[in-house]
Write a protein that binds this ligand. Sequence first.
Ligand code: NAP
Length: 248
Amino acid sequence: MFDLSGRVALVTGASRGIGRATAVALASRGAWVAVNYATNAEAAGETLAAVRAAGGDGELLPFDVSDAAAVTAAVEGLVQRKGPLSIAVANAGVNIDGLLLRAQEEDFDRMLATNVKGTLFLAKAAVRSMMKARHGRIIAVSSVVGAMGNAGQSMYAASKSALVGMMRSIAREYGSRGVTANVVSPGFVETDMTAGMSDDARKKLIEMTPAGRIGRPDDVAAAVVYLASNEAGWVTGQVLGVNGGLRM
Ligand code: NAP
């Protein structure tokens, strides 16, 4: 089950955290993986090394997901070199916390550009290739915060809940062409993004989580592998919560 041999995958924001774990997990199932990142070439190189250590292969593919022309050019080049893109994981994201009364428009613009527009640009570039191949898996990484809300995260939550409507619309548009579009919605996961969380906040969060722990990047990567698989071909327009039961 979940054999991805022969599939070409692209994971945005794969230099670190959830994206890195996802790239490695897809590769361990046989997918060839393009490792996208924005600036951190050294960390992305470590991801590619981990992809190879898992028995797979891939390449580094740097671009800024908020730059529509760069996304299109990168995906078109990838398809020319490797053939149809089967799996597109829109994982790249940024989070800038702030109470509503202190919200800065430039912070909101940055989150919308990366988290929302970046996902749309990737999906648009990917679906061209997927339609022709009559097979594709588009997976957007949202957040439990998009559904539950969280004090200090109104802007981030807005950027993450937007992905649900986006993926459901894409699911409706391209379902008949063999393309699925789904959302993975993680709870709090141990990565650079959550490294600044206070011990007190962490303790409270664990108490609220039935599984009794913070998530690991691998927890999320496993959900992406499932949605990317042939076996998930009849699953589309769904939100798969991976949050230890924090939201149910
Ligand atoms: P992370 O450790 O902060 O890594 C972020 C990744 O996104 C990095 O690879 C970064 O590349 C890349 N990136 C940022 N802006 C980009 C851009 N404009 N173009 C291309 N790549 C860009 O984040 P994470 O915690 O693994 O989170 C991954 C995704 O899961 C995000 O969408 C996040 O919102 C979501 N999420 C995270 C959590 C959590 O608790 N960690 C929970 C729910 C959802 P560089 O290394 O080059 O900067």
